[in-house]
Design a protein around this ligand. Structure first.
Ligand code: GLU
Length: 293
């Protein structure tokens, strides 16, 4: 009898070293670690440092120190996005060759002005699930000739996914399996709510969305456990996985930890930083209690 080997579950915690970790990160890291152990699987740490302007070695060192204090251990070597730009470039190139992305030339200021002008007429500009205005249609509508000319002139540009073309390329509805603290079961993805998402910028060779799907596939991630704030972004991840022929992990989006003011934590809130708990002499056990574990 042939025994099909079952894949070992692989979990990852993927922080960005652009600020100190807070209690929400602690919940994410501990859940990933505990679930990996319970499943007899592996726990990986990934440093998401594509934004080289905001990520620093000090914040990265802080991540390692905080996680070690929490009692977590992870496999070495740790994957760093800044060392994998060619992998994201290859993925982007394949989308460029298939005409599924287009060069986008509007600056942030120009987009802002277009949105303000559009809204001055009393019509609200469409926004993505995070509240960011969708990219105006100007660059999508350009002819190939015009694109070539603008690219040839050396004008700075980003690359954006042509959402309509991408959706017709995958042909049918996309889903993901969700087992988290919000809606569960098979969730219907709705990538179009995000408009023509950016996949690389002139100052950052890859976007979060592109690198996260490339990395999850490269590391064989079977279970993505992260905060509910990324629930809707999963629609884009499923679309990119389908376009790039990448496997889809299972998803678990966990509850968010709120501050005393009932608001979502941010990296600038010192009192909810893990390092601050350490400095004040609290124990990892006390921190676990604070985050409801
Ligand atoms: N790097 C992201 C963050 O720090 C998390 C990405 C993910 O888990 O998919 O918010």
């Amino acid at each position: 009898m042939n025994v099909i080997p079952r894949q070992k579950p692989i979990f990852r915690f993927a922080p960005s070293p652009n600020g100190p970790l807070h209690l929400g990160h602690a919940l994410s890291a501990i859940l990933n670690y505990d679930m990996a152990r319970e499943a007899g699987g592996r726990f990986l740490l990934r440093i998401e440092d594509i934004d080289q302007a905001r990520c620093t070695p000090d914040f990265e060192a802080g991540i390692f120190a905080d996680l070690a204090w929490l009692g977590l251990t992870w496999e070495e070597p740790v994957r760093r996005q800044s060392l994998n730009f060619p992998a994201y470039q290859t993925a982007l190139q394949s989308l460029i060759e298939r005409d599924l992305v287009y060069p986008a030339f509007l600056t942030r200021g120009e987009v802002k002005a277009r949105v303000a002008a559009g809204e001055a007429g009393g019509n609200p500009w469409p926004r993505d699930p995070d509240g960011t205005p969708l990219y105006p249609p100007d660059d999508r509508a350009r002819s190939n000739e015009e694109r070539k000319q603008l690219l040839g002139s050396g004008l700075k540009h980003a690359w954006r996914l042509d959402m309509d073309k991408a959706l017709s390329e995958v042909g049918g509805p996309l889903q993901w399996h969700e087992n988290g603290d919000g809606e569960t079961g098979d969730i219907l993805a709705d990538p179009s709510a995000w408009g023509d998402v950016v996949l690389s910028r002139s100052d950052a060779p890859s976007s979060y969305h592109l690198s996260v799907v490339v990395d999850d596939a490269a590391q064989g991630i079977t279970h993505v456990v992260r905060g509910l704030d990324l629930f809707h972004a999963t629609s884009i991840h499923r679309l990119l996985q389908a376009l790039l022929g990448l496997p889809q992990p299972l998803y678990h989006h966990h509850r968010l930890i709120l501050g005393e003011d009932g608001k979502k934590l941010s990296k600038s809130q010192g009192d909810t930083g893990i390092a601050e708990w350490r400095r004040q002499g609290s124990s990892p056990m006390e921190l676990r209690r604070r985050i409801g574990l």
